[in-house]
Design a protein around this ligand. Sequence first.
Ligand code: GDP
Ligand code: IMO
Ligand code: MG
Length: 427
Amino acid sequence: MPSVVVVGSQWGDEGKGKATDQLGDRVDLCVRYSGGNNAGHTLVVGGEKFVMHLLPSGILNPGTTTVLGNGVVIDLDVLAEELEMLASRGVDVPHPLISANAHIITEYHRVIDKVTERFLGKRRIGTTGRGVGPAYSDKVNRMGIRVQDLFDESILRQKVEAALDQKNQLLVKVYNRRPIEADEVVASLLAHAESIRPHVIDCGRFINDALDRGEVVLFEGAQAHHLDVDHGTYPYVTSSNPIAAGACTGAGVGPTRIDRSIGIAKAYTTRVGEGPFPTELLDDNGERLRQAGGEFGATTGRPRRCGWFDAVLVEQATKLNGFTDIFLTKLDILSGWETIPVCVAYDVDGVRHDHMPITQSEFHHAKPIYEELPGWTEDISGCRTFDELPANCQAYVRRLEELIGCRISGIGVGPGREQSVVINDLI
Ligand code: GDP
Ligand code: IMO
Ligand code: MG
């Protein structure tokens, strides 16, 4: 049975949540492998909208077991709130399983994320302010708090005190803030210990055993290729590895165990936060895309920056993630344009680049070279087969396939679980 990884191919918010949820009834295990509650994954089921920040998007499918892998950073308050939110809406879901090695986002990570951004001023990254970057920094710096630390109070206390010895210097002396009390942090973490204890697993072994039994495993990416700390538009990136390879480190599986890599690509481009964006539209066309697509952040509510489809970006993501298939989302939003520009290459200081330039400083100067494709006027939200799409819409899809070098196996024509055109089965 297959295992698949779902990865954002642009700068996030491509519709990974919908794609994951939609595959759900065929998925035994749905595993988040990176990021934290900086993500906002929207699912629309039976006309009802749910936004998951931390819970895997497979959670609404009754037959799916969900896992937060070791590569995820977990804010325990958010985990509890999301489960409560579902319960209060009458949705009864099993608690996700949690890797004992996953790191925890604490109060001091959230505070440091926010004060650092304020301190950076014009040079800020535009983070989601959820403490994700500082939690990953501590992980790499070998001073993080892991889920397993919750079950030994004296170890937990030692680790929190050691971290705060350093953080409080930073908060007080550099940022002029009040220090954070270790007792309060320890108490707030311990408050969750008993409720999560029964769900803590050896994630790598659990997933590999499931694969050995022939179960279908879906690794759900958060963020996206171009927000990857190694491969994205650094420093305007997140602090983890959302790429397909991140599923190996972030869940504990070898690369030979992942059969398919599915890139999620929006039919145009959006970005939240700072950083270069060659096809960004700062005019009325950008506003038209934003309004038509409802492009406001699912996590922070910030208006998303909008622009035309950038085939150079998605081709790069296709190569580096080994995409076997692309799921193209929000094609319905492009109805009604006379022509639709698609970026096929960049002009960098008079030199044509068919691929991403090697350096960020070149990328900052990249001007899009567009190909104009004919638009269509029909509402396509009711289409369910490729043949039902208007001819120009089909041609748009076919041209994107050529430009990005990957087959498009599914198309989103609306936010609803059922609003998709399936060309090739993804599982
Ligand atoms: P994610 O972070 O990649 O899961 O994406 P978000 O949930 O942040 O943003 C995607 C938005 O587009 C959500 O509001 C979805 O409900 C919506 N969406 C997803 N696919 C489609 C689609 O094919 N058409 C339309 N109109 N909306 C979609
Ligand atoms: P999903 O999974 C879009 C962006 C932030 C900021 C940068 C770093 O919903 O696609 P961070 O808080 O991670 O340190 O912020 O990354 N960012 C996202 N943008 N979608 C996301 O997640 C994002 N997660 C982080 O806006 O520019
Ligand atoms: Mg999102």
